[in-house]
Design a protein around this ligand. Structure first.
Ligand SMILES: Nc1nc2c(ncn2[C@@H]2O[C@H](COP(=O)(O)OP(=O)(O)OP(=O)(O)O)[C@@H](O)[C@H]2O)c(=O)[nH]1
Length: 691
């Protein structure tokens, strides 16, 4: 619970407490008060009998000479030392002292004679200035001949004189020793039982005490501990509270912080119409991490947030809250902009990070997509507002990134559509409404069918009408793709098993597409292995296709998953090759055995622009040098086929030879020996025409 700093404070305080206690015990905080030096009042002779003569000499210390001439009644003689000017509440407070040290020489006719020391305390409840005897007698009697000099008398040994208690009829509470307002110190013979000379010579009387009593010191230490602990707990609580709303990397608010801020503004209902939420997501931030490393990525996030903050601080008449939500996602809530200003503001925000962000060694560019949502009447919480801005941002990304999109009716309808589609996908999985089609792939030279790409189809009408190119990305967005991938793999394996003998005679490879999320799914390879065993499928019968774009990140996990798949004996194809950013030299890092040239290159082969054909030539030549097989997909015309054949493409896939087949038609095609011949004849005929 406590931070290192707090632990240090506690340890420090503990040491100080011990030191204070030990110092107290060792007397370092002791104090003393020499009475004879500090009093200006004249000592007084105290006697109670006409048979006693006394005279005082106060030149060196104070001494008194008494002579008892006749023994009758109780006789005493001594010195009274006034400690005050005699006014009622002007006595000494001796409570901070705990002992008295005295050098008093006492000469008597008998060595049994005792000396009495009395502190006289004034207390309004029983004392009267006109009757000095009414001052309480806090006394001790001792025999000086039994003690070495100086004698030390602890105050604990003082007692209130009994005769005084009885004479003044004081109650229990007042018959205790009391030293808070001491007016006199008396040093007397405690009775004079033998005739003769009594001599009291007071050389020195010192009161000893401590600046603070042990009990008070302990109380003080306890109080300091209490205050410190309360302070530390409050301090710690504030730190934790602050941490709980702060992003540690950028120092901005985190999601909780901006949520609190925004919800307060929403509930205050002031200026609602001027509150806008901006959802910012950096574009292609993964690439920054991959190219420069996470440390630079972190610096970029900091630099980016600083750029925006600096910009916002220059804008007058707005209130804002800016937060990092997670990863490369930020939220900005602005209060004070009018509707007409929003587009300009968003456009200027996009310019803020146009210049490169200067880091120690690199100068990476930050680009971001913005989603904007306005606080309308039907929105009551931060989360609702954020969800809208997030959806709008999603569209800004889809439209090409580095732009802004304001949440509107179209966005809202599209979200509704996507949610509904996701629901349908879920139901289709549960109700087994998917089925498979098979797209043949032919050897470019022999035109023999060597493999088929497994295609997912849905029985559900809506899914059928929108097609897999729309519903598969939605399945990815709603995290349903893993279920679909496994469904396709298992369904394919079941079909292969059902035609075991046919597929034993005609070796055909089934190419199955898997989503990029499987490359980060630690259970995928295990599940794949289980299914291979369950349906007794030979790994050589299967090929898995991953899109090139899923490998852009080139992270270690993707590569290691690919290696594990490869180790099972399953070959890998890089699908849609040419659309991603894979440098050709990177191909060596991926354990793939085949490249599938993206359809967009083949579609545009006939155009005047020769960049596509140049690209195909480059891909084919690099594949040859890396000893990778190649497939040209989306071949629809003879010219496309002949170009690919001429350039050395190994396999061809496309409507030119065959459309996707159902399982039944695939079987028929496999069983028909004339099919290959027909394809060859088609080529021969078309080649004659083209000459
Ligand atoms: N350096 C750094 N990277 C992070 C941090 N948190 C998340 N990331 C990475 O940020 C990247 C976020 O990527 P995405 O937003 O999904 O993808 P993108 O590359 O920005 O692509 P688009 O958003 O589609 O433009 C991931 O690679 C995360 O691993 C962080 O604290 N520091």
């Amino acid at each position: 619970m406590f931070s290192d700093k707090n632990v240090k404070v506690i340890i420090g305080l503990f040491c100080l407490s011990i030191m204070a206690f030990l110092s107290h015990r060792l007397g370092i905080v002791d104090t003393s008060y020499p009475i004879l030096i500090n009093t200006n009042e004249k000592p007084k002779i105290l006697i109670n009998s006409i048979y006693v003569d006394a005279n005082v000499d106060d030149k060196q210390g104070i001494s008194i000479q008494c002579k008892l001439t006749k023994q009758e009644g109780y006789n005493f003689c001594g010195i009274g030392i006034p400690l005050t000017d005699g006014t009622r509440n002007n006595g000494l407070d001796l409570t901070k002292f705990n002992r008295l040290g005295a050098i008093i020489k006492y000469t008597t006719p008998s060595d049994k004679a005792k000396l009495k020391i009395t502190f006289r305390n004034f207390n309004d409840t029983y004392s009267n200035l006109t009757d000095t005897v009414s001052l309480k007698f806090n006394s001790i009697s001792y025999n000086p001949s039994l003690h070495e000099l100086p004698v030390v008398i602890p105050f604990d040994a003082l007692q209130v004189d009994n005769w005084w208690v009885e004479q003044y009829k004081v109650g229990f509470s007042d018959s205790q020793v009391e030293l808070s307002n001491v007016s006199y110190l008396e040093i007397l013979t405690d009775g004079m039982h033998t005739l003769g000379d009594y001599h009291i010579e007071i050389q020195c009387i010192v009161l000893y005490g401590q600046l603070i009593t042990e009990a008070n010191l302990l109380k003080l230490i306890l109080l300091i501990w209490l205050i410190t602990v309360i302070f530390l707990v409050t301090f710690q609580h504030n730190i934790l509270k602050r941490m709980s709303i702060t992003d540690s990397l950028t120092g901005l608010f985190n999601r909780q912080g901006i949520s609190n801020w925004t919800n307060k503004k929403i509930s205050s209902r002031v200026n609602r119409q001027k509150l806008y939420m901006f959802y910012l997501d950096l574009d292609d931030f993964k690439k920054v991490n991959d190219t420069y490393g996470h440390k630079v990525g972190d610096q970029l996030l900091k630099g980016f947030s600083q750029h925006i903050q600096n910009y916002l601080d220059c804008i007058e008449n707005i209130q804002y809250s800016f937060a990092r939500l997670s990863g490369d996602e930020f939220a900005l809530v602005i209060l004070g902009l009018k509707e007409g200003q929003i587009k300009n503001f968003a456009a200027s925000l996009l310019c803020v990070w146009e210049s490169p962000i200067l880091l120690e060694e690199h100068e990476p560019y930050a680009r971001a997509s913005l989603g904007i949502a306005h606080l309308s009447e039907e929105i009551n919480t931060f989360d609702e507002l954020l969800a809208r801005a997030d959806s709008a941002m999603y569209y800004a990304k889809k439209d090409g990134k580095n732009r802004f999109k304001i949440f509107n009716q179209t966005v809202s309808q599209d979200i509704f559509f996507r949610k509904q589609t996701a629901e349908k996908i879920k139901n289709a999985i549960i109700q087994d409404k998917f089925y498979l089609n098979f797209m043949p792939i032919f050897d470019a030279k022999s035109l023999n069918m060597v493999s088929v790409e497994v295609l997912l189809r849905a029985n559900d009408q809506t899914l059928q009408s929108i097609g897999p190119e729309v519903f598969i990305p939605i399945a990815e967005e709603y995290n349903l793709i893993k279920n679909i991938d496994l469904w396709v793999i298992e369904a394919t394996f079941k079909q292969i098993k059902s035609e075991f003998s046919l597929l034993n005679l005609i070796p055909l490879i089934f190419c199955i597409n898997i989503s990029s999320v499987e490359l980060h799914n630690p259970n995928f390879v295990k599940k794949l292995t289980e299914l291979l065993e369950l349906y007794q499928i030979k790994p050589q019968q299967i090929e898995l296709e991953v899109t090139e774009t899923s490998l852009v990140e080139a992270d270690l996990m993707s590569v290691s998953t690919l290696q594990e798949i490869n180790a099972l004996g399953i070959n890998l194809t890089l699908d849609d090759f040419g659309t991603g950013y894979t440098a050709f030299s990177q191909l060596i890092n991926y354990p793939v055995s085949c490249l599938k040239i993206d359809k967009t290159f083949i579609d545009n082969l006939n155009s005047a622009d020769k960049t596509k054909s140049t690209m195909i030539k480059a891909i084919l030549s690099i594949a040859e040098s890396y000893k990778l097989k190649t497939v040209g997909e989306g071949v629809e015309y003879y010219e496309q086929y002949s170009f690919l054949l001429e350039q050395g493409c190994d396999m061809i896939q496309g409507y030119f030879f065959c459309k996707p087949l159902s399982w039944e038609n695939l079987k028929k095609s496999l069983n028909d020996p004339n099919q290959q011949k027909l394809r060859q004849e088609k080529i021969i005929n078309l080649s004659k025409h083209s000459i």
